[in-house]
Design a protein around this ligand. Structure first.
Ligand code: PFF
Length: 453
């Protein structure tokens, strides 16, 4: 058993790594199309409430468990609740992130493909209908998406292989600030496009008639997905957090950064969707179908600018995806390192191969395996729904029950307030949210979704 544990080097490093995990394809690829499928502004209001009142308390619950136990998800349950069935929560939360990573890597692969296309100036000057039809042809083919998926899993594996400080921390520190600047610049540009106004009002004017029970469940699922919750990622990152750092500020900064990033990504994409005359509910292809069209239009006027923005945009998606995928992989790797004799290198390679194999099925489910339909979705879609709308909230529910009802109040307080020295005034509120608001909220949503209201 490998017992040497690394730590993040500073407060900034913790926040950037957690924000790196949170900000990813969920913000740029998933948020716009899920908001588009569920009616825009009204969905965003529920998403905001869910982020701060359901998800943030779970963020704190996971952080408290992680830093208190200084272990992977399974080890944490064995340390804090030895000899109890809580170990199963630890095991489920080793598997769920790997399932998520397997389909996440497929989309990561799509962004590599588009990045290469941008580098080759493919969006500048090509006929628009060719550009929008490219996406469907690409994802339904067999080899090309598989090669890209392989590259993405490979890149994730290499970073995690290098460890917490040299890999995860260094990568997140360089890329996160750059990402933020890029997405703001693209959003400003998107809002100046002719016809963009409709997209802006789609994001700002709520139509509550479109808010069904399943739209609310999707908004909550999106909050969980976007904040990387309920699957142990934040738990594991918090286990690398030094004792003197504030759990409160790590959670608050990460949630605010993640929320802002999603909204700004919405402004980078939705105006462009309307300017291009594309349906906001077009599904997982939304970002990939919309933006090249815009880059193409732009290219007619200023080709070099169009090519530059296209390259930067797909690089943004790719880097954001990598800072998240490494956090997903780290959950499996920390489990293997701390519960078997494997060292980081071998644990990383094994996890990578496992994820890569499941990802192959997800990738093929857009092409040769598209005939397999589960609940109206292909394998990729069914797995995403299962993880985001069910497993993540379920994991989150159990984490809040664990911290709110199983751990002693004194221990929870000690960990959250760093031994009574920090954020003391906020503890009562946070504890109340963890103990009552988050679990009841999740249970109500589950019941609503099960009854199909
Ligand atoms: N939060 C990431 C995103 O928004 O892209 C996705 C993710 C990362 C989900 C880590 C779950 C997770 F544990």
């Amino acid at each position: 058993m490998n017992t040497q544990r690394e730590n993040f080097g500073s407060k900034l490093a913790v926040i950037l790594a957690m924000a790196g995990s949170a900000v990813g394809l969920g913000n740029i690829w998933r948020f716009p199309y899920i908001a588009g499928e569920n009616g825009g502004a009204a969905f965003i209001i529920v998403y905001a409430l869910a982020s701060f009142f359901l998800a943030l308390p779970i963020f704190y619950a996971e952080s408290i468990i992680g830093r208190r136990s200084r272990a992977n998800t399974f080890g944490a349950m064995k340390t804090l609740a030895p000899g109890t069935p809580w170990k199963w929560l630890g095991l489920i939360t080793v598997l769920t992130p790997l399932l998520i990573l397997s389909y996440y890597s497929v989309v990561g692969g799509w962004s590599i493909e588009y990045f290469f296309k941008a580098l080759a100036f493919d969006f500048t000057g090509a006929p628009p209908d060719k550009i929008s039809s490219f996406f469907g042809g690409f994802i339904s083919s067999t080899w090309e998406p598989l090669i890209m998926h392989t590259l993405f899993v490979g890149a994730t594996t290499v970073i995690v292989f290098m460890g917490v400080k040299n890999g995860i921390e260094r990568f997140s520190k360089i890329t996160m600030p750059a990402l933020f600047v890029l997405i703001v610049a693209i959003a400003i540009y998107g809002c100046t496009l002719p016809g963009a106004g409709k997209g802006v009002s789609y994001l700002l004017k709520p139509d509550f008639s479109k808010l069904s029970g399943s739209a609310v469940a999707s908004a909550i699922g999106q909050a969980f997905f976007s904040l990387s919750l309920g699957v142990g990622t934040i738990l594991v990152y918090a286990s690398y957090m030094r004792k003197e750092e504030s759990i409160f500020s790590a959670g608050a900064y990460t949630t605010i950064a993640d929320f802002l990033f999603a909204i700004i990504a919405g402004f980078a994409i939705m105006p462009a969707v309307f300017a291009a005359g594309i349906e906001p509910g077009a599904g997982p292809g939304l970002v990939f179908e919309t933006l090249p069209f815009i880059f193409n239009q732009m290219g007619a006027a200023v080709p070099w600018l169009s090519a530059t923005v296209a390259i930067l945009f797909f690089l943004t998606i790719l880097v954001a995806a990598l800072t998240s995928s490494i956090s997903l992989m780290e959950v499996g790797v920390s489990y293997l390192m701390e519960n078997t004799r494997l060292g980081r290198k071998m644990a990383t390679v094994l996890t990578g191969v496992f994820v890569w194999m499941i990802g192959i099925v997800c990738s093929l489910s857009f092409g040769p395996m598209s005939g397999i339909v589960i609940g109206g979705e292909n394998i990729f879609g069914a797995l995403d729904k299962l993880c985001s709308n069910w497993l993540m909230p379920f994991g989150g529910l159990l984490f809040t029950i664990f911290v709110g009802w199983k751990m002693s109040r004194a221990d929870v307080r000690d960990e959250f307030t760093n031994g009574g020295t920090r954020s003391r005034g906020l503890f009562k509120l946070v504890y109340f949210l963890i103990r009552y608001v988050a679990p009841v909220g999740i249970i109500v949503v589950f019941i609503t979704a099960i009854l199909g209201l």
